[in-house]
Design a protein. Sequence first.
Length: 356
Amino acid sequence: MSGTSGDKIHPPTPQRRQQVRQQGQVARSRDVVAVAVLVAGLAVLWIQRNDLSSWISGVATSHLSGQVSIGADPLAAVELGRQTFLQMGAVLLPVLAVLWLAAVISQVGQFGMLLVPNKIACDPQRLNPINNLQRLVAIDNWMRTGWGLLKLAAMLGVAGSSMWNLRVEILGLGVGNLQHLAVGGAAILSNVAVRLLAVAAVLALADFALQRWHHERRLWMTEDQQREASREERKGSTQAQQRRQHRHQLAQQAIDAEVAQADLVLIAGTSLAVALRYDPATMPAPQVLVKGAGPTAVEIYRLAQRHGKWIMDDRKLTREMHRRVLVGRVLPADMYPAVARMFADLPPAVFAKTDR
């Protein structure tokens, strides 16, 4: 053996991947979701900047200019709060909707559609302090903590470097009026935000790649897991084969029952077969009981021989009948003459032998 029974030396099978996915264990990165939400939020804020600034200016003007006076009337206070809430909702609801959509798309983009009801079910084990302590001291948790600190250091480094490069512009904000301060500050913040966003996007992609690698590493199997997976696969293959055999037996029984009721079986060599039944006293025209092509046609022919049915080889008529007439339907009028001649040529003993 290339390793002990505890070493993960075998790649995961498709069945193991499916089983783990059904349990909700997939590669995902929260950083990708955070960056997607941040980008979407900044984009919406930029698009709606005029509406947001107008709303903020209106609220500030009405509340700080002395135009609103509610006194001691609680109903006036409630009405003012309601109006403010509605105005705020009309402005912020589109932003929240876009943020939610960005979060959903970023999640689905990582691992596809996945519904795991047991993840939201109540699990007492999650409240077990021993399990929580084990997760806290696990090496994977320490690795995630170290990776998080590394990302934080990178973000702080980029922010500090950006602020240092813009130190002249920052110091220049103290010279000038309030408008100069607002415009200059917004420009500096936008510059720093774009750089931080670019770094966050790179770190998010790196985090997703790391999560994928970590997830794949956990999927590898030991010798015992490989043997168990092989047994389950063989068991599944055996059960699938048994189900196919059972369906085949049921189909054979159904075909056998129909052929036993037939009066005439038309064939086109071994490629097509159609079994017909006709009772002049109760049926307006011959009826197709069963038809088939390939192996099914061979099976119909074999069963017809076993039941002693009259078999005729008419390739043109059989092909036309197989193509046009559904099982259980009677023949169309344009086929009556040819089929009538065939039934007329049948000896009376054929109808007498039919298993009714």
